[in-house]
Design a protein around this ligand. Structure first.
Ligand SMILES: Nc1ncnc2c1ncn2[C@@H]1O[C@H](COP(=O)(O)OP(=O)(O)OP(=O)(O)O)[C@@H](O)[C@H]1O
Ligand SMILES: [Mg+2]
Length: 391
């Protein structure tokens, strides 16, 4: 006998979906992404003072939702908004970040109670999602009664506020520094999107330095664009590395595509690089939480190799130049001492010195000088029979 069967959805699903984030800061970024999609120009995030029971508040001045939208759009799990609303936002034509229809649950990772207040079209709508009660409920997620309330508001009001209270005590307190860093990586170059954390604007200024941009069409990955900046070595970057952006969203953490292992590029040099690769063709190659690319993604391998090659070339060029300027006094001394050596040993000595200067990048002249001095002494004392210029 053929009959029908149905899926039942345990309310625990809501928690599971909210638990895929690596940290509270990552979860909060998900809510900022929603503000971006809502065409907000400002997001204000208030983090609690440590040891208080204050809530986390995320407020935006985006388009907000009316009651119908809360019911149909906010409360539908796993709805792909792009299939009905398209890839671009309606006012600012931004590339929409939301695609899975589960990001709202991020707040439940950090807190026991999530409250939504949203204003649009003359109505303020209030909704409360209580994590604890949901977990305790022995019923289908769809059957659970959530409290929703509407009151009239000024028709010109718009925007959404999420309040997260009764914070999860098992997680460390959200750190404003970590959150700001994360948000700078994602939104660092947006000019019409301002994020304020505890009253201070996340620094959206373009990072000063020498800029590079390269475009290519790659097999298995399609069109890609690499943009990066090499900042002045006196400047300390909080978030260095090159991130990969797919469909407007950063995937995983910024890195250097394996150049960390490159002997010619000391870590000190890499820390002066900030950039990103746009590779929209890899949209199907990311893991569910956007934390990484799937391991066997052919397209990602190609992008990785391409980006590493160009980064390496430009970085070495720029750093050699930089080094030339930075070590000019030391270099003069080195050149004088090398000039006194027999020709073959001089060539070997030049190679050694370049390696030493490169790996000592970031060290002051005073720190590198004794090393250079010792090596020059050793070179001068080397017997001719052990001349290693052919190595
Ligand atoms: N701050 C907000 N302002 C206006 N609308 C919002 C806001 N947050 C959520 N929404 C609405 O609720 C929907 C569901 O949000 P949710 O984050 O769960 O999914 P998504 O953004 O569509 O996809 P993703 O899971 O990839 O984030 C959004 O598509 C949007 O229509
Ligand atoms: Mg979202």
């Amino acid at each position: 006998m053929i009959q029908t069967a149905h899926f039942k959805i345990d309310p625990r699903l809501a928690m599971l979906l909210g638990e895929t984030y690596r940290s509270t800061e990552h979860a909060l970024k998900e809510l900022v992404d929603n503000a971006w999609d809502a065409d907000a120009e400002n997001v204000w995030i208030q983090l609690p003072e440590p040891l208080t029971s204050d809530p986390i508040i995320i407020r935006d001045d985006g388009i907000g939702m009316d009651e119908r939208e809360v019911r149909r759009e906010y409360l539908t799990v796993a709805r792909d908004r792009r299939s009905s609303l398209g890839d671009l936002t309606s006012w600012k034509n931004r590339r929409v970040k939301g695609r899975k229809g589960i990001g709202k649950f991020a707040g439940l990772m950090a807190a026991d109670i999530m409250q939504l207040e949203t204003r649009a079209a003359g109505t303020a709508t209030y909704l409360t999602i209580p994590r604890h009660d949901l977990l305790a409920a022995d019923m289908d997620l769809e059957q659970f009664d959530l409290l929703i309330n509407t009151v009239p508001c000024d028709p010109s009001d718009h925007g959404t506020t999420i309040t997260l209270s009764d914070l999860n005590q098992n997680l460390s307190f959200p750190s404003p520094e970590k959150l700001k860093e994360l948000l700078t990586i994602e939104y660092g170059r947006q000019r019409d999107f301002h994020i304020h954390v505890n009253g201070t604007l996340v620094d959206m200024e373009d990072i000063p330095g020498t800029g590079f941009q390269l475009d290519a069409e790659l097999p298995d990955a399609g069109p890609v664009r690499l943009r990066f900046k090499i900042v002045d070595r006196r400047q300390k970057l909080k978030s260095f590395g090159v991130a990969v952006r797919v469909g407007g969203k950063i995937v995983g953490r910024p890195g250097f595509f394996g150049l960390e292992q490159d002997e010619e590029l000391p870590l000190g040099l890499l820390r002066q690089i900030y950039g990103e690769v746009e590779a929209d063709g890899l949209a199907d190659d990311t893991t569910a939480d956007w934390g990484a690319f799937v391991e066997n993604s052919k397209g990602y391998r190609v992008v990785e190799q391409w980006a590493a090659e160009h980064l390496r070339r430009e970085a070495l060029k720029s750093f050699r130049h930089d080094l030339g300027l930075a070590r000019s006094r030391l270099k003069k001394e080195i050149a004088e001492r090398l000039a006194a050596l027999p020709e073959a040993r001089k060539i070997y000595g030049e190679q050694v010195m370049e390696k030493v200067l490169l790996s000592g990048y970031g060290l002051s002249d005073d720190r590198i000088k004794p090393i250079v001095g010792a090596l020059l002494d050793a070179l001068a004392e080397m017997p001719d029979s052990r001349d290693t210029s052919k190595k």
